[in-house]
Design a protein around this ligand. Structure first.
Ligand SMILES: NC(=O)c1ccc[n+]([C@@H]2O[C@H](COP(=O)([O-])OP(=O)(O)OC[C@H]3O[C@@H](n4cnc5c(N)ncnc54)[C@H](OP(=O)(O)O)[C@@H]3O)[C@@H](O)[C@H]2O)c1
Length: 255
């Protein structure tokens, strides 16, 4: 299947490792041009250089997506460099360490408002594309009532994000822009959250692996394939979808 991504211009937040990096790997392999960000300059540089060596066109920037003015500037600069934006993949989440009500405030900023800022800033340039598309990386924690205590605020804010992204699908349809979501289950990769759990709390890691019907954690590549398909013109009649990539972790019929 041709995803029709050749020459498409994509923006990806959080692309130096994990799910974001796997998304960029695929976008580039399918012929897209990518602008991505992450906070750590060494991670950005290392990933950019590796892709450039393979002959891909990729622009990396070391910015904190939580910094509103830096994020806005990065969106504008990316649109200028690439001559527009066709695809926005809002992937960043940041583990927070605050407690109590401050934790709710921080989760609101990280897992909700930051995504809204990115989408709103990108909207004018997305609307001038002939294949405008947004994909938000959510989580199955958004629909779980019984989740890890450390994920309560995260799950709640990602649920709000799913509501926002669904509304966007309707708001932007008349401008030819689609909005979809992907909700991963537990995804393991070196340097990621579950890799840390594997070392710190092997029992919890094992329990999480038993949650999916498939009996294991997923990989970033398995999530990336769903994200890139939904982002691509090959998914031209899909908007407002929330695709769960969770190996059957949620014991519900997905009507
Ligand atoms: N991993 C899972 O099991 C899982 C499950 C469900 C949903 N998800 C969702 O999938 C998405 C990606 O998760 P992941 O596990 O791949 O992420 P991750 O390992 O936490 O980080 C991925 C990337 O985001 C960058 N990043 C983090 N905070 C940033 C910030 N404030 N500004 C700019 N870049 C930032 C990181 O680089 P720097 O640290 O250098 O900034 C890295 O490149 C998130 O939305 C997450 O909620 C993940």
């Amino acid at each position: 299947m041709d995803l029709q991504l050749s020459g498409k211009r994509a923006l990806v937040t959080g692309g130096s490792r994990g799910i974001g990096k796997a998304i960029i790997d695929l976008l580039l392999a399918e012929g897209a041009v990518v602008s991505f960000c992450a906070r750590g300059s060494s991670g950005v540089e290392e990933a950019s250089n590796a892709w450039s060596r393979q002959g891909y066109t990729v622009y990396g920037a070391a910015i904190d997506a939580m910094d509103e003015s830096a994020l806005n500037q990065w969106v504008d600069d990316s649109a200028e460099r690439m001559g527009g934006i066709d695809i926005v993949i809002s992937n960043v989440s940041t583990r927070i360490s605050s407690r109590g009500l401050q934790r709710w405030q921080d989760a609101y900023e990280v897992d909700f408002l930051q995504h809204v800022r990115l989408a709103e800033r990108s909207m004018p340039t997305l609307q001038s594309s002939t294949a405008g598309s947004l994909v938000f990386v959510a989580t199955i924690a958004s629909v779980m009532a019984n989740i890890l205590p450390v994920e309560r605020e995260y799950g709640t804010m990602k649920a709000a994000l799913i509501s926002y992204a669904s509304q966007l699908a309707h708001r932007l349809a008349e401008h030819g822009v689609r909005s979809n979501m992907v909700s991963p289950g537990p995804i393991d990769f070196p340097g990621g959250f579950w890799d840390w759990v594997k070392n710190e709390n092997p029992e919890l890691f094992k329990r999480a692996a038993m949650l999916p019907a498939l009996g294991r954690h997923g990989t970033p590549e398995e999530v990336a394939r769903a994200v890139v398909f939904l982002a691509s013109p090959a998914a031209s009649y899909i908007t407002g979808a929330n695709l769960r990539v969770e190996g059957g972790a949620l014991k519900q019929t997905n009507y």
